[in-house]
Design a protein around this ligand. Structure first.
Ligand code: ATP
Length: 357
């Protein structure tokens, strides 16, 4: 097992700062995900950990060993690329066995280990095919098998599930996660899929424009985003402009001019303009006529989505997305009362990358 540490790592391509002073610590055996929009520097970060890129500034450590300039093949990492990178002239079996043969593992053991990973990625029966005779998803699974078979101490995955169909992707998420737990491999996973990140990771780093904005557990990032970019990127959010009036008990009191409502909320902003972040699932239907954090809403749109009902409602001039249980009998045109607990309204400074969300 290996702990990975990045200290102030910067990578520049011409005039593009791909990674900007990234500092990270990834624990032994952790499943760590880097998430962010296209071009934010995720892959570059991964490639520096693998040793395919050397940073202009900063240091990378595996445990206490400085590996910043160490060649990739001396790092005991295995990487699964987004574009598979399989050898087209080798069968599935030989593609997977390749790394073991390089390491001079006896053929009998190779057979056993290849068979095990083939089962793991659901490719039994295809070992004699060539990559071009496989679907994209199957090729991706060969790439995963090839990385896992060498039992690396660091596994680096660059959007490895993006070419699988939705059902298989879900299965592979669980497979990959339970396998990673079993083997205890320190894993760095790059994705732009928030559900993948939330469901698989021990911790997540959210990146934007080369910078790491927040690192935390999935719950941390979802429930306590530190800025608007993180709030908007992970999960859906209603972002409501508010004015902070002051504190009441342990809560913040804010006023929304568009809703013409005062709300109790949580946050660190002391005064002035701010943004209240309210997740769609934080609302519930209120029975009582009036009270703290109860909003009069007019339903503009109501969609049954199987596991929930999604509403678009209007509160004063503000439009909100609201999730209610699927059996809620709410239709377009209805007037309803919604309640949201103060703990579920996060007030964040009205600065940062809100335009990009
Ligand atoms: P995606 O999700 O689209 O793969 P990403 O977050 O992985 O994006 P990177 O591939 O790390 O982003 O790229 C970060 C920035 O660096 C981008 O602006 C990209 O265009 C630039 N970049 C990456 N590799 C190179 C390169 N070899 N030469 C020049 N610019 C590069």
């Amino acid at each position: 097992m290996t702990r990975i540490r990045l200290e102030n790592v910067t990578k520049v391509y011409g005039s593009v700062v791909a990674v900007d002073r990234a500092t990270l610590e990834i624990e032994d055996g952790e499943f760590f995900t880097i998430i962010g929009p296209s071009g934010c520097g995720k892959t570059t970060t991964l490639r520096m950990i693998a040793g395919f890129e050397v940073p202009e500034e900063g240091r990378i450590f595996f445990d206490d060993r400085d590996v910043t300039f160490l060649k990739p093949y001396l790092r005991n990492t295995a990487m699964v690329f987004q574009n598979y990178a399989l050898w087209p002239h080798m069968t599935v079996y030989d593609n997977i066995a390749y790394g073991l043969r390089l390491r001079k593992v006896p053929e009998e053991e190779i057979k056993r280990r290849v068979r095990r990973v083939l089962e793991l990625v659901d490719l039994v029966g295809l070992e004699n095919r060539y990559p071009l005779q496989l679907s994209g998803g199957q090729q991706q699974r060969v790439a995963l098998a090839r990385a896992l078979v060498v039992e690396p101490s660091v596994l680096l995955l660059d959007e490895p599930l993006s070419n699988l169909d939705a059902k298989l992707r879900l299965e592979m998420r669980e497979e990959l996660r339970s396998l990673q737990r079993r083997l205890g491999i320190t894993t760095v996973y790059v994705t732009h899929d928030q559900l993948e990140a939330l469901s698989m990771s021990d911790r997540i780093a959210v990146m934007n424009r080369g910078r790491i904005l927040q690192v935390g557990t999935p719950e941390d990032l979802y429930m306590r985003p530190r800025n608007l970019f993180v709030a908007g990127f992970l999960g859906r959010s209603n972002l409501v402009k508010v004015r902070v009036k002051g504190r009441r008990n342990s809560y913040l009191e804010v006023y929304s001019p568009t809703m013409q409502e005062s709300l109790l909320a949580v946050g660190e902003v002391e005064a002035g303009s701010a943004i209240a972040v309210i997740r769609p699932e934080s609302f519930e239907e209120a029975r009582e006529a009036a009270g703290e954090n109860i909003l009069e809403a007019r339903v503009e749109y109501s969609m049954f989505l199987g596991d929930k009902r999604e509403l678009r409602v209007r509160v004063g001039e503000e439009r909100l997305v609201v999730y209610l249980p699927p059996d809620s009998r709410v239709e377009a045109g209805d007037r309803i009362r919604l309640r949201v607990k103060p703990e579920r309204i996060m007030v964040l400074p009205a600065t940062g990358d809100i335009e990009e969300i």
